[in-house]
Design a protein around this ligand. Structure first.
Ligand SMILES: [Zn+2]
Length: 263
């Protein structure tokens, strides 16, 4: 039941508003993508910085662990060396006793071997400490330079984000204002379809006219390609109503409408 007849001029006006709104929606989508890119770049910086920080912490912990190990091994080395010195002091006294000189010599040899092994262990630990320190410095440099880069970029990114956001706000206001000029149910429905159909909620009808193939002309929805029923095509031709495709629910218009107005 229609409350109020819609005039052909209104059909034309509403359609052109819908097309404008669709264009604005597409611009808004592009701006939103830009905004997302900027957020992503900021997130990437934060993620990479956190990664470096974690690595630095890991190196610091490893270094602490190695220093502790070094201390223990050094103590062990010192006590073995001390033991050797003490034994050497008793060398002459032992030498007088033929029976104990053999076991004395074995003990000396063993301690020397132990000292050599511990010294090697110590050198290995020191090498590891050097390696960790090198890696720490390298990572720290990367971290610092990324931080500087981020600080410089962040300001620009935030500035740009603000600009893009205000641009989006402006466009949304224009969109709202334009939609307010058409009947509410169409405006709401149109907005829904824009969301659901990736920003394409109004399309022109296409003409299938191949005398060899078809006896008569057929019109189809260029949104979903379905051939449109005669009743709908007639309504469009007469500009009798704002018409939707029965299959994809996009709004339809005839491409000739706007060619005429431009001329
Ligand atoms: Zn369709």
């Amino acid at each position: 039941m229609r409350i109020k007849e819609i005039t052909p001029q209104e059909v034309l006006n509403y359609t052109s508003i819908l097309l404008e709104v669709q264009n604005i929606y597409s611009s808004i989508t592009t701006y939103r993508e830009k905004l997302n890119d900027k957020f992503k770049r900021i997130e990437n910086y934060k993620r990479d910085l956190a990664k470096y920080q974690k690595l630095l912490q890991k190196y610091e912990n490893k270094k602490k662990e190695l220093l502790l190990q070094k201390e223990m091994v050094s103590e062990n080395l010192a006590s073995n060396k001390k033991r050797l010195v003490e034994l050497m002091k008793r060398e002459e006294e032992i030498a007088r006793n033929q029976r104990s000189i053999e076991s004395f010599n074995i003990e000396i040899t063993t301690i020397r071997a132990t000292i050599s092994t511990i010294s090697e262990e110590l050198r290995d630990i020191e090498e590891q400490i050097n390696d960790i320190e090198d890696r720490y410095i390298e990572t720290k440099e990367k971290y610092e330079s990324l931080k500087i880069e981020f600080q410089a970029d962040e300001r620009v990114l935030q500035e740009e984000t603000k600009e893009v956001s205000s641009e989006i706000k402006k466009l949304e206001d224009i969109q709202k204002e334009k939609l307010s000029k058409i009947p509410l149910h169409i405006a709401q429905h149109f907005s829904n379809i824009l969301q659901k159909k990736k920003g394409v909620a109004i399309v022109s009808v296409g003409l299938l006219s191949d005398p060899k193939k078809f006896k008569e002309e057929y019109h189809y929805c260029t949104g979903c390609n379905i051939v449109l029923p005669y009743v709908i095509v007639e309504k469009i031709k007469l500009k009798a109503d704002i018409v939707q495709c029965p299959s994809c629910f996009r709004y339809l218009y005839h491409p000739s409408w706007f060619e005429e107005t431009e001329e």
